[in-house]
Design a protein around this ligand. Structure first.
Ligand code: SF4
Length: 639
C-alpha cells in the first residue's frame, strides 16, 4: 500500500508530480547535496536534545531497531504495534511513535501523554527568536503545515484525546552557559533499506549536563495551537486529495504545469547512469536546449520578482537562450536592469564564445586599490547547538583565515594563514594574527560580503564576551567593516568586495550564469596567459600531474588526504571514505568533526584534516589573486 508520510505530504503540497516520482523510485539529487546533509545532521542533533528537554521517554524507533532487521513494512508494523501498547499507559512520553490512519502514516517527534491530554511536539532545527517572536508564512508555513498534518492524523487515530500541537526549536535569543555542548552528542548511522537515512544520536554527557541543557531554554516549545487550528481545514482537504490519488491503480501521473519553480527540481539529476529524470519527463522537448534559459544569470529576477519574464517565456515555449531578443529581457518600463544586462551579456558572449570586460570600470577599481593588496578568505562553522559559553544557536565560530598579500607592484604574493584546531572560540587569536598579517595599510579584498559579516560578528563577540580586548585591536576591526541598514551604507569600512565587480564588469563563457570563485578561477585560467599564474600554481602543486600544464580546475586537484581510511578506524565496521575539502560546507563539516566530533581525540585524523583545510582555504585566496592577475594583465595595468 502506498502511504502518505509527513515528508510525502510536504512534497505533494510542493508539487504532486514530485511525489509521483518519489513513489515511482526516480532518482533525486537531494541526497548528494552536502549542505542539506549538514542541515539534516543539525536536525538529528536537535532531535536528541529534545529527548533531554522532554526526558524519560520510550524511544519507539530505537526499540524497533533493536528487534532486528526487517523490511520497511515490517519495521513500520512493529512501530505501530509498540506505539499502541505504550499508549495504554496513563502517563508516558514517546519518541517517534507511529500512527497509521488509512494511508496516512506519521512518526511524531515527541508525544507526551498525561491521561486524556496529549502534547504532540514537532522538533525543528530552524531557530526562532524568543525575544522577537514572528511566524512569517514564507518562513514557517511549511513547518506549520507539517505539524497540522500530524495533528490531523493523531486526532483521528486517538479520538477522545485532547491533542495539542507544539513546535520545538532552538531559541536564538538564549546564550549557552556551558562549553562544547556539541561534543557530547555522537551521530551514528545505521544501515537502512536505502529509502531513508537511519541516524541515531547518542548523548554522552551525564545527568547534570542533561539537566543544565533542559533548564537552559536553548531548545524551547512554542504554542502554535491557534495557528494549527486555522490551517486544519485546508490541510485536511489537501491530505484527502493526495490520499485519494495514492489509491489510484495504477498510480496516475499528475500533470503539474511546468513553471520557473521547476528550475530547482530535485528530480533533475545529471547522472547518466540513472535514466529516469523527472525534470526531462515534465518538460519534454522544452528540456532539450543546451543553452537553456534556466542557466541564465538570476533568471528569476529578470523583469521583476513577482512575475519575472521567464514565466512568459515558458508559456510561449521560449526556452533556448539563442531565441531570446534583447526586448525579451526588458522590464515593464522597457529598460534593462543590471541583472538583465548581465544576462544579455551572458547570451551574446556565450554564443560568440568571447570574453567580455567593462574595461573602464574594472581599471578604475583596480587602480584605486592601494598596495599592499590583501586577498583574504575565512571559513566558519555554525551549529543549532551553541559551541561555546556565551554563544547563541547558529552563532558562528570563525576558525580559519587565509591571506595572500601582494606587497607592491610586480611583487610576488606572500601567503599567511591561521587555523584553530582546539575546542575554543578563537576570536582574539584570529583577530590578532589577521591584524599582524594585514597590518593597517593597503587594501583588504574579500570575495562576497561573507568576511565582512563574520568580522562584524567577531566585533560584537569581543565587545560583549572579551571586554579586556585591546582598544587598538577593536579600532582596527571597526575600521575594516562596513555597516549597512536596509541596503544603505551607514558606515563604510576598508574591506573591498572583489566579487562585486564580476557581475558588473567581467564575463567569460566558462562562468555561465554563475559568478562564484569556483567558476571564476577556471575562467581566469583559460583566459589569461600570464606566466606568473603557472608559477604560483606550480609552487602549490596544482599543475596537471600528467601534462604539467595549467589545469582546467585546480579545486579538482586538491588531494584526497585520507584515502581509504575507515571513519571509525575499524575497516570491518565502516566503509572506507576519501576525504578532500573542496567547498565551504565540506570545510565546516570537517572542522566540526575534527574539533567537536568523533575524531576530536584522533591525532592522525586531525593532522590530515588540518592539512586539507589549509590547502582548501589557501587555494581560495590564490584564486582571488589569479582573477586579479588576469584582470590586471588583460587591462595592461602595471604589474
Ligand atoms: S519538473 Fe516541475 S512539475 Fe515536474 S516534478 Fe519537478 S517541479 Fe514538479
Amino acid at each position: 500500500m502506498l502511504t502518505l508520510s509527513k515528508s510525502d505530504f510536504k512534497l505533494g503540497l510542493d508539487c504532486p508530480t514530485k511525489l509521483y516520482y518519489k513513489k515511482r523510485g526516480y532518482a533525486s539529487k537531494l541526497g548528494e547535496d552536502g549542505y542539506l546533509q549538514f542541515l539534516a545532521e543539525g536536525g538529528y542533533l536537535i532531535g536528541a536534545v529534545a529527548t533531554l528537554v522532554e526526558p524519560a521517554g520510550r524511544d519507539v524507533a530505537a526499540e524497533v531497531r533493536r528487534m532486528g532487521p526487517g523490511t520497511s513494512r515490517e519495521v513500520t508494523e512493529r512501530a505501530l504495534e509498540l506505539t499502541r501498547s505504550l499508549l495504554e499507559e496513563r502517563r508516558v512520553t514517546l519518541y517517534e511513535p507511529a500512527f497509521l490512519v488509512g494511508r496516512r502514516l506519521v512518526r511524531v517527534d515527541v508525544l507526551v501523554k498525561d491521561g486524556n491530554d496529549i502534547d504532540l511536539i514537532e522538533v525543528k532545527s530552524k531557530s526562532q527568536d524568543g525575544a522577537n517572536l514572528e511566524w512569517k508564512e514564507s518562513v514557517w508555513g511549511e513547518y506549520l503545515d507539517d505539524l497540522a498534518y500530524q495533528t490531523l492524523v493523531v486526532r483521528t487515530a486517538l479520538p477522545g484525546f485532547a491533542v495539542r500541537p507544539w513546535l520545538m526549536t532552538p531559541d536564538k535569543s538564549v546564550r549557552a552557559e556551558m562549553d562544547n555542548l556539541t561534543s557530547h552528542f555522537r551521530l551514528r548511522e545505521h544501515e537502512g533499506d536505502g529509502s531513508f537515512r537511519d541516524v541515531e544520536v547518542e548523548f554522552t554527557g551525564g545527568p547534570e549536563l542533561a539537566e543544565a541543557i533542559r533548564r537552559s531554554g536553548l531548545l524551547r516549545r512554542w504554542d502554535v495551537e491557534r495557528r494549527i487550528e486555522e490551517r486544519l481545514p485546508q490541510v485536511a482537504a489537501e491530505a484527502a486529495a493526495l490520499e485519494a490519488w495514492l489509491g489510484t491503480d495504477p498510480l496516475t501521473h499528475p500533470r503539474t504545469p511546468i513553471s520557473k519553480d521547476c528550475f530547482r527540481c530535485e528530480y533533475d539529476h545529471a547522472t547518466e547512469a540513472l535514466p529516469a529524470n523527472g525534470f526531462r519527463e515534465c518538460w519534454g522537448e522544452l528540456a532539450r536546449p543546451e543553452r537553456h534559459v534556466r542557466q541564465l544569470y538570476k533568471v528569476g529576477m529578470i523583469g521583476g520578482r513577482t512575475r519575472p519574464n521567464v514565466c512568459d517565456w515558458i508559456d510561449d515555449g521560449l526556452v533556448d537562450q539563442d531565441d531570446l531578443r534583447e526586448e525579451d529581457l526588458w522590464n515593464a518600463s522597457g529598460t534593462l536592469t543590471d541583472t538583465a544586462r548581465r544576462a544579455l551579456i551572458q547570451i551574446q558572449h556565450t554564443r560568440a564564445l568571447t570574453e567580455w570586460m567593462d574595461e573602464k570600470m574594472l581599471a578604475r577599481h583596480l587602480e584605486s586599490w592601494a598596495y599592499p593588496l590583501h586577498f583574504i578568505d575565512f571559513e566558519a562553522s555554525a551549529s543549532p547547538l551553541p559551541y561555546h559559553r556565551g554563544m547563541r544557536p547558529y552563532q558562528t565560530v570563525v576558525f580559519q583565515w587565509s591571506c595572500h598579500t601582494v606587497p607592491g607592484p610586480g611583487a610576488e604574493p606572500v601567503h599567511k594563514e591561521f587555523l584553530n584546531t582546539e575546542a575554543v572560540m578563537p576570536a582574539r587569536d584570529f583577530l590578532l594574527s589577521l591584524r599582524e598579517a594585514m597590518g593597517d595599510h593597503g587594501t583588504p579584498l574579500m570575495w562576497s560580503s561573507y568576511e565582512n559579516t563574520q568580522l562584524r560578528s567577531l566585533l560584537e563577540w569581543v565587545q560583549r564576551q572579551e571586554p579586556e580586548t585591546e582598544a587598538d585591536l577593536l579600532d582596527w576591526l571597526d575600521g575594516l567593516v562596513t555597516v549597512r541598514k536596509n541596503g544603505k551604507v551607514m558606515k563604510a569600512g576598508r574591506l573591498v568586495d572583489q566579487h562585486a565587480l564580476v557581475p558588473k564588469a567581467w564575463f567569460h563563457p566558462k562562468m555561465g550564469g554563475r559568478t562564484s570563485l569556483k567558476v571564476c578561477l577556471p575562467a581566469a585560467l583559460e583566459a589569461s596567459a600570464s606566466p606568473r599564474i603557472d608559477r604560483w600554481l606550480g609552487a602549490d602543486g596544482l599543475l596537471d600531474p600528467v601534462t604539467g600544464e595549467r589545469p582546467e580546475d585546480p579545486y579538482k586537484l586538491l588531494p584526497d588526504l585520507l584515502p581509504g581510511v575507515a571513519q571509525d578506524g575499524d575497516p570491518e565496521e565502516q566503509p572506507a571514505v576519501d576525504v578532500s575539502i573542496t567547498d565551504g560546507v565540506e570545510a565546516m563539516r570537517a572542522y566540526q568533526d575534527m574539533v567537536y566530533g568523533r575524531h576530536m581525540h584522533d591525532a592522525a585524523w586531525k593532522a590530515r584534516t588540518t592539512e586539507a583545510l589549509r590547502r582548501y582555504c589557501r587555494l581560495d585566496t590564490l584564486a582571488q589573486v589569479i582573477v586579479w592577475e588576469h584582470w590586471r594583465t588583460r587591462l595592461g595595468l602595471q604589474p
